[in-house]
Design a protein around this ligand. Structure first.
Ligand code: UDP
Length: 251
């Protein structure tokens, strides 16, 4: 399954809707394709230097998704439109429903023990009949990583959601992809913190206005103020520069 690709600030995104991601995933669960998805937010996008690990990770991913409303807006202004934002947290739910409908199972890896087990309980309660092959915290050393990957393989999971923050989750996936034995893997950042109820997700209007980062920042200011101050500024400067260059090229 091939989709139109759209280059935004040096990253090749797949121009797909969430529904098309589910179409691809159905094919993957049926054994016709497999791979990891990458969901790129503005912070990841601006940190993606040419030749960097994250850049290579997205190049090798089955689908590269825009997990940021500003990226979608920019794509429209540049005339290379991405249809919509597709977030990791929304995929946890929609892919879990798909897994349940297809008789497949999911694995949750990441966050602290209590958080990942609460997320697992929340998903089982919400999606009746969902098979959860396993759930494990995301705090392990490099020397334990191979054992964790083998445990996941033994669980027989078809889909894995990895919520250990970027780039830790991407490093784990790319290094152990062959060991994991899953058909689909999705890095989901801090999604388990939200699913477990530890953090709140921004209201719909804030998500649609590109302000989800602000809502996250006020819940964890000490960790996130500096991150967003830097990445939002770099994103804005690069977006404006790219738009000016685009206008000149057209003129
Ligand atoms: N985390 C983890 N292992 C670690 C460090 C972090 O599983 O060694 C988890 C952490 O508990 C939290 C998530 O990774 O649930 C942090 O995600 P963050 O908000 O940084 O991710 P982003 O959405 O910014 O990629």
């Amino acid at each position: 399954m091939r989709f139109t690709r759209s280059e935004i600030l040096g990253c090749e995104f797949d121009a797909v809707t969430q529904r098309q991601v589910l179409d691809w995933s159905r094919e993957a669960l049926a054994g016709r394709c497999s791979g990891w998805l990458s969901s790129v937010n503005t912070a990841i996008l601006v940190g993606m230097k040419p030749g960097s690990f994250l850049k290579e990770f997205t190049q090798r991913s089955a689908l590269t998704l825009a997990d940021g409303q500003p990226i979608v807006w920019l794509s429209h202004l540049l005339g290379r439109p991405l249809p919509e934002r597709v977030t990791g947290i929304d995929l946890v739910e929609s892919l879990s429903r798909l897994a349940r409908d297809q008789g497949k199972s999911v694995y949750l890896l990441g966050a602290k023990d209590e958080i990942v087990s609460k997320s697992s309980e929340h998903l089982s309660a919400k999606i009746e009949g969902l098979k959860i092959a396993g759930a494990r915290n995301g705090y392990f050393s490099d020397s334990e990583a191979e054992t964790v990957a083998r445990e996941i393989r033994r669980s027989g999971a078809d889909i894995i959601f990895v919520g250990m923050g970027a780039p830790r989750q991407e490093l784990f996936l790319s290094k152990y992809w062959d060991t994991l034995g899953v058909r689909i893997a999705v890095p989901v950042g801090g999604s388990f913190d939200v699913l477990s109820g530890l953090r709140k997700r921004a209201p719909q209007w804030m998500q649609a206005s590109g302000l989800e980062w602000f809502y996250r920042m006020i819940q964890e200011p000490r960790r996130l103020v500096k991150r967003y101050a830097v990445t939002n500024t770099v994103f804005t400067v690069r977006a404006v520069t790219e738009l000016v260059a685009h206008r000149f090229r057209r003129a």
